[in-house]
Design a protein around this ligand. Structure first.
Ligand SMILES: [Fe+2]
Ligand SMILES: [Fe+2]
Length: 458
C-alpha cells in the first residue's frame, strides 16, 4: 500500500486500543487531495468524483477512459467552497457508463491515475459491499479500513458519525484528514477507489438533534448524495435499492420524511434487495430501548419496513455490534426484518445489553467491526469482521422465492411464514419468544472486551 502519510502515534494506553493514530500531518500545500467517489444516480451507469483543492488549483476538469484503453475523454464539473475553510470541493458526475465497467481517470493538473468500477447490471454474480458507522472519533485506527478494503467491496455504506465534527468550524480539518485517509486506505486489491454512500448522524450536526441542514455544514457540502434532503434513495438498476434516512438530526422522523419513506418503499415493492440505513437504532444494543429517538423510529418507520418487507435495516450510533432476530410487528417473527448494527467502525466499543435477556438481540458484542454484505441472485449473506479480519458472526440469509415475492405485493397479515433453514432464527424464536418485549431500561450488558465502556454521551 502506498504510504504518503506522516502520522503521530498516540500511546495506545491512553486510548485503550491499539494502533490508534491521530491524523495530524500537514495537508498538501497545493494541488489535488482527498479524491473520493460517491453516487447521485444509478451506480450501474454513473460515478461521481469529488476532490479537494486550494482555490489557486481549482480546475473542475478530469479526463477518463475505460481501463485498458487510451480513449481519454474530458469531463467538466463544478466546484463550491468548503465551509469554514480555504478549500474547494470539485464534483464531476460521469454518466452513460457501462455497467460493471472498469475505468481510469486523472484530475486536471494531477499526474496520478485513479480507477473505479461501476456496479454490475444485475446480481448474477456475487456483489459485496461493506457497512459501518461511527468512524473517526478518538483516533484513526487504520486496521478496520484495511480489513474492509481487503474484501474488495464495490462500495461502503456509512451510517453517520463519520468524523465527529459536530458542525464546529474548527473541526473542518478532521474531514480533510479523514478523506485523505479514505483515499489512502480504501482501495481494492486491484487498485480501485471504493465509493462511499453516506448517511447523517448526530455528530455531523451542531446540536445533534432537531436541527436544520444549515447546522450540518460539512455533511451537506462534501457529498453529492443524499443532497439537500437528508434522506434519499439510490436505485441500482432494478435489483437493489438503498434508502438512507435522517434519524431526527436535521429533519423530523415523522411527517414529511415518513411520508416520503412510504412512497419510496411502495414504489420499490418489486425490487429484490431493499436496504435501509440510518443512524439512531430502533433496537439499541447499548442505550435504553425507550430512550432518545428510538421510540419515534419504531413508531414511524418500522411499520413501513414491515409493510413493505425491507430486507435488511442497518443501524448505528450505539458503538457496538448487534444482530437482531427477524422482527415484525414488534416481536420475533420468522418472516420479519433483520436489523444489523450498531456502529463501531472506528470508535471505542461500549458495553452491550445481554442477548439472553434482551428479546430483540440475537447477538451483541462490544467490538469494532464492519459488516460485509454479499448479494447474489436473490440471496443475501452478512459477515461481521473485526479489526483483525476475523469473521466473528455471520448470517447465511437465504430469503427469497415465492413467499417473499408474495408478501411484497400483499401486507404480511395473510401470508404464511416462510420455512427457514436458519438454526439461529429457530433458536431465537424458541428461546426469546418467552421474554419478548422485556423492557430495557439500563445497559445491563456483560462486557466482552476489557476496552468496553458505557456511553458517556450521545
Ligand atoms: Fe457515534
Ligand atoms: Fe451517534
Amino acid at each position: 500500500m502506498r504510504c504518503r502519510w506522516l502520522v503521530v502515534l498516540v500511546p495506545s494506553v491512553i486510548l485503550g486500543q491499539g494502533c490508534h493514530v491521530a491524523l495530524t500531518r500537514d495537508l498538501p500545500p497545493s494541488g489535488t487531495q482527498a479524491v473520493y467517489l460517491s453516487w447521485q444516480r444509478d451506480p450501474t451507469t454513473t460515478m461521481t468524483v469529488h476532490w479537494l483543492t486550494r482555490p489557486e488549483h481549482g480546475s473542475d476538469a478530469l479526463t477518463w477512459t475505460p481501463r485498458g484503453e487510451e480513449s481519454w475523454q474530458r469531463a467538466l464539473g463544478a466546484h463550491r467552497p468548503v465551509p469554514h475553510s480555504d478549500h474547494l470541493l470539485h464534483t464531476v458526475e460521469l454518466t452513460e457508463l457501462t455497467p460493471g465497467g472498469d475505468y481510469r481517470f486523472r484530475i486536471a493538473g494531477d499526474r496520478r491515475d485513479y480507477a473505479f468500477r461501476t456496479m454490475p447490471a444485475d446480481a448474477g454474480e456475487p456483489i459485496t459491499f461493506v457497512v459501518g458507522g461511527d468512524l473517526y472519533r478518538e483516533g484513526f485506527d487504520q486496521r478496520m479500513y484495511v480489513q474492509a478494503a481487503r474484501r474488495d467491496p464495490m462500495f461502503a455504506l456509512i451510517g453517520g458519525d463519520i468524523v465527529y465534527d459536530n458542525g464546529e468550524p474548527a473541526r473542518v480539518s478532521r474531514w480533510f484528514h479523514w478523506l485523505n485517509a479514505w483515499e489512502e486506505f480504501m482501495v481494492t486489491s486491484d487498485g480501485r477507489l471504493i465509493p462511499m454512500i453516506v448517511t447523517i448522524g448526530n455528530h455531523e450536526v451542531r446540536g445533534e438533534y432537531d436541527r436544520t441542514p444549515a447546522e450540518a455544514p460539512f455533511f451537506y457540502s462534501l457529498f453529492a448524495w443524499p443532497g439537500e434532503q437528508g434522506c434519499g434513495v439510490l436505485d441500482f438498476g432494478g435489483y437493489m435499492s438503498i434508502v438512507a434516512l435522517d434519524s431526527g438530526h436535521t429533519h423530523p422522523i415523522g411527517g414529511a420524511q415518513t411520508e416520503w419513506l412510504q412512497r419510496t418503499l411502495a414504489d420499490r415493492s418489486d425490487v429484490e434487495h431493499v436496504f435501509a440505513v440510518y443512524h439512531v437504532p430502533a433496537y439499541p444494543s447499548v442505550r435504553a430501548f425507550d430512550g432518545g429517538k428510538s421510540p419515534l423510529i419504531r413508531q414511524h418507520w418500522v411499520p413501513l419496513f414491515d409493510r413493505w418487507s425491507v430486507d435488511v435495516v442497518y443501524e448505528n450510533h450505539d458503538h457496538a455490534y448487534k444482530r437482531t432476530p427477524l422482527i415484525r410487528g414488534g416481536q420475533v417473527d420468522r418472516g420479519g426484518i433483520l436489523y444489523l448494527g450498531d456502529g463501531a467502525w472506528g470508535v471505542a466499543p461500549r458495553n452491550v445489553h445481554d442477548p439472553r435477556t434482551t428479546w430483540y438481540l440475537e447477538r451483541a458484542e462490544s467490538v469494532k467491526h464492519v459488516i460485509v454484505t454479499t448479494i447474489h441472485g436473490r440471496t443475501r449473506r452478512h459477515e461481521a469482521v473485526n479489526e483483525l479480519g476475523e469473521v466473528f458472526d455471520s448470517y447465511p440469509e437465504t430469503r427469497g422465492g415465492t413467499v417473499e415475492r408474495a408478501k411484497r405485493v400483499r401486507p404480511w397479515a395473510g401470508v404464511a411464514p416462510r420455512a427457514t433453514k436458519l438454526r439461529s432464527v429457530d433458536r431465537a424464536t424458541q428461546t426469546q419468544s418467552a421474554i419478548r418485549r422485556t423492557p430495557v431500561t439500563t445497559a445491563p450488558g456483560r462486557p466482552s472486551s476489557s476496552t468496553a465502556r458505557n456511553p458517556a454521551g450521545p
